[in-house]
Design a protein around this ligand. Structure first.
Ligand code: PLP
Length: 403
């Protein structure tokens, strides 16, 4: 019997585990330090009342003979898919059919599993820095080659640098990829992509017969109306793009777990509809999301749910803008934080991301995330998030200013 040796190739320590270890050690040595965490990608506000009420109602309904629901549909209940279609797509003039929506338990699983429907030898392009799941899932599937420690890169992946120079939007690579992961608004840089730039990638993918996996987990944070909230706003995206969305950051579902993926029927490769392949994936590897949670998700689309969740997004965005402004005033060069909950700051010259992490922890008792943890091009940068409380955000900024 042989194991999947790709698991052994994974680089040693997971970013957030290392951060956790360092913070724990510091806390043990300095029990009175009031540590403020602005490194987390998790939300902090409680669920909105409209969601809690519907979740409670649906739970009670499950306890009645008429309201009991067993195994859910693989694709998600029609009431939720209709709400998604009408509100997020058709209501915005975009063509997406009910049978192109696949409800899931959050975007992480699909961002890891979507590559299952593509050949083992397809060439994958990822942004650098990047949400680590796109990289690790392809590495575990044997599609990323070997991890080269000195370069902090996988030999078989195409890396698309996202730098200050290109406004954190990648350029087309020299080598042609088959699968391209794009995420906008971006985690970790907080960068956005214009409609023209995204259209460029859609045209590129159609020209090269490539497929884009577009992660729109943070679309709710876009306030600039000129920025695309869905890749399907671009002409031709239905023949080259899969889109992922999540309820985690727009409605606080990080602990509830709900998301969805759009696989258009027009997306055909090797003469096969990818929609059919993904349905087959879900039928064979997934048993659906609970009725109660899908009802809670549908409550997000009610007028009350919309109002309450928009208030939460506005709260986090106010934090992000406050961080951006506070750091700018303190003399830092800062990116993001305008249409994304993430602020990406340049660490002082001569320091690495991890050295800045240590300094911030020890001198300001503030925890952030070193940019190098998201890829080599993240070195020299640092991520702070707007997901804390407003009071902690202000207190952290004051400490950073003093530092
Ligand atoms: N995609 C990106 C870019 C993320 O940053 C995250 C979570 O932080 C996810 C997907 C996962 O979201 P979910 O909670 O829906 O699994």
């Amino acid at each position: 019997m042989k194991i999947n040796e790709n698991y052994l190739k994974m680089p040693g320590s997971y970013l957030f585990a290392t951060i956790g270890r360092k913070v724990k050690a510091y806390q043990a040595a300095n029990p009175d330090a009031g540590i403020i965490r602005l490194g987390i990608g998790d939300v902090t506000l409680p669920l909105a009342p409209a969601i809690v009420e519907e979740m409670s109602r649906a739970s009670l309904e499950m306890g009645t003979p008429e309201g009991f629901h067993g195994y859910p549909d693989y694709e998600g209940y029609e009431f939720l898919r209709s709400a998604i279609r009408d509100h997020d797509y058709v209501g915005r003039g975009l063509e997406v059919g009910l049978d192109e929506i696949f409800v899931n338990d959050g975007a992480k699983c699909d961002s890891a599993d979507l590559s299952d429907i593509f050949s083992r030898d397809c060439k994958v392009a990822v942004c650098d820095p990047v949400y680590p799941v796109y990289v690790s899932s392809n590495a575990l599937a044997g599609r990323a080659g070997d991890y080269i420690e000195e370069k902090e890169r996988w030999s078989g992946l195409i890396y698309l640098p996202c730098t200050e120079g290109n406004g954190f939007v990648p350029e087309f690579p020299e080598e042609t990829p088959d699968l391209i992961y794009l995420c906008f608004p971006n985690n970790p840089t907080g960068g956005t992509i214009t409609k023209e730039q995204l259209q460029g990638w859609v045209d590129y993918a159609n020209r090269k017969d490539a497929v884009i996996i577009f992660d729109a987990a943070y679309e709710a944070y876009i306030s600039d109306p000129s920025l695309p909230r869905s890749i399907y706003e671009c002409e031709g995206a239905r023949t080259c793009a899969i889109e992922m969305r999540s309820f985690s950051k727009n409605a606080g579902f990080t602990g509830v777990r709900l998301g969805f993926t759009i696989v258009p029927k027009d997306l055909v490769r090797d003469g096969v509809s990818l929609n059919k392949l993904w349905l087959s994936h879900q039928e064979n590897k997934f048993n659906g999301v609970s009725y109660t949670i899908q009802r809670a998700g549908a409550a997000v689309y009610t007028p009350e749910g919309q109002r309450q969740t928009a208030e939460q997004v506005a709260y986090y965005m106010n934090n992000a803008r406050t961080i951006r402004q506070g750091l700018t005033d303190a003399g830092y060069k800062v990116f993001g934080g305008e249409n994304a909950p993430y602020v990406w700051l340049q660490v002082p010259a001569g320091m690495t991301s991890w050295e800045f992490f240590d300094q911030l922890l020890e001198r300001a008792n503030v925890v952030g995330t070193p940019g190098s943890g998201f890829g080599p091009m993240g070195e020299g940068y640092f991520r702070l998030t707007g997901f804390g409380t407003y009071e902690n955000t202000l207190a952290a900024l004051e400490r950073i200013r003093k530092m």
